[in-house]
Design a protein around this ligand. Structure first.
Ligand code: NAP
Ligand code: ZN
Ligand code: ZN
Length: 366
């Protein structure tokens, strides 16, 4: 296996990515190496490439919705103490990696010991992060990916690789809070922002059996897709319907907000919650959220919280549900060589609803 990789490298916050070499982490006995067939483009890639949340660690290779074939396994993987599921990984398997590629995995870490790796204070993101040995983490806009087997999950046969990719970050980011906060029979759920995460939020809320799923978007341009295609029971266009917050007041038990900009009518969203309802912010704007009047919280005892991706076990459970209920994201496939144009289109909100880059792997059946 080469010790120099090829991929689409960002050198600063503004220049296009260039296809060039980079140095992956040193291969260790608990790592696997994956030939990348597909990688989704997540909103986080855009924030990171332009240093939107703070300076990124260039050179940087983004992409954390990675699917491919295992081409190498470390000697310690078949007996990996931290993850029985990862012990099953074999060369030739179709696997995926999401937005996290490492955490401390120590028994005295409350988050890791509790299976909540995405809340470990020493978590390593799949890109723009550092492993314990200080080597950099590099993502999936590349031909190969290498990293800890603990964070690699097998893809069920029923899910094609291109559709599997967006599930690994976007999918689990909405699935985990939906399940944690009780989305299911008897519940009405709102999904705000019908983009990559949001459209999967509608699909998973329906798959979990919610009574009513309400899509909340800025305009009505996505109404038809949301209601007729994704299965939403109602649609709110917040920039068009002046009275939306009043009309739909106290109708929802749970809201998952995927909005990536700080320009959002947050108090209006909270009005949609019933008493004791829960609002979960998963979108990560680069600026602070809008201010809130205390009465937005006081008058109904609502809870406002956030959620960070999902654990490897969350990913496995989500993939199982997706395979059983055929929850497949709506994707548009683009060759990885078109990555710069795809990033521009993603930034302009043109994706319907997730771009998935693919590598031309010749005769591979992936
Ligand atoms: N918490 C986590 O673990 C986690 C994981 C993955 C991603 N994220 C974050 O989640 C956010 C969404 O990611 P995504 O991949 O779903 O992105 P996306 O496909 O671009 O979707 C974002 C949606 O936000 C809505 N929006 C509202 N105001 C907007 C504005 N001014 N500009 C652009 N969009 C606006 C749009 O929905 P409408 O057109 O329907 O209004 C848009 O489709 C990003 O901030 C990303 O970093 C967080
Ligand atoms: Zn930890
Ligand atoms: Zn992501």
């Amino acid at each position: 296996m080469p010790d120099t990789y090829h991929g689409w490298v960002a050198h600063d916050a503004t220049s296009p990515l260039t296809f060039t070499t980079f140095q992956p982490k040193p291969f260790t006995e608990t790592d696997v190496e994956v030939k990348v067939s597909h990688c989704g483009i997540c909103g986080t890639d855009i924030h990171t490439l332009r240093s939107g949340w703070g300076p990124s660690d260039y050179p940087c290779v983004v992409g954390h919705e990675i699917v491919g074939t295992v081409v190498r396994i470390g000697d310690g993987v078949p007996t990996l103490a931290s993850s029985p599921a990862s012990r099953e990984i074999r060369v030739g398997d179709r696997v995926g990696v999401g937005a996290q590629s490492m955490s401390c995995l120590r028994p005295d870490c409350e988050a890791c010991a509790d299976g909540q790796e995405s809340y470990c204070t020493r978590m390593t993101g799949t890109y723009n992060g550092r492993y314990a040995d200080k080597s950099k983490s590099y993502g999936g806009f590349a031909t190969l990916w290498r990293g800890p087997a603990h964070f690699v999950c097998k893809i069920p046969d029923a899910i094609p690789s291109a559709e599997a990719a967006p599930l690994l970050c976007g999918g689990v980011t909405v699935f985990a809070p939906l399940r944690k906060y009780g989305a299911g029979k008897g519940k009405s759920v709102g999904i705000v922002g019908i983009g990559g995460l949001g459209h999967m939020g509608i699909l998973f809320a329906k798959a979990l059996g919610c009574d009513r799923v309400v899509a909340i978007s800025r305009s009505s341009s996505k109404r038809k897709d949301a209601v007729e295609g994704l299965g939403a029971d109602a649609f709110i266009a917040t920039d068009e319907d002046k009275n939306w917050a009043k009309t739909y007041s106290r109708k929802l038990d749970l809201i998952i907000c995927t909005v990536s900009s700080q320009n959002m009518p947050l108090s209006g969203y909270l009005r949609l919650l019933k008493t004791d309802g829960t609002f979960v912010q998963v979108g990560a704007p680069e600026q602070p959220l809008p201010p809130l009047r205390a009465f937005s919280l006081i008058q109904k005892g609502v809870k406002v919280t956030g959620s960070n991706i999902g654990s490897p076990e969350d990913i496995r459970q989500m993939l199982k549900l997706a395979a059983e209920k055929r929850v497949l994201p709506w994707i548009q496939k683009r060759p990885m060589a078109d990555v710069n144009a795809a990033l521009v289109d993603m930034h302009e909100g043109k994706a319907r609803y997730r771009y998935v880059l693919y590598n031309d792997l010749g005769s591979s059946k992936l």
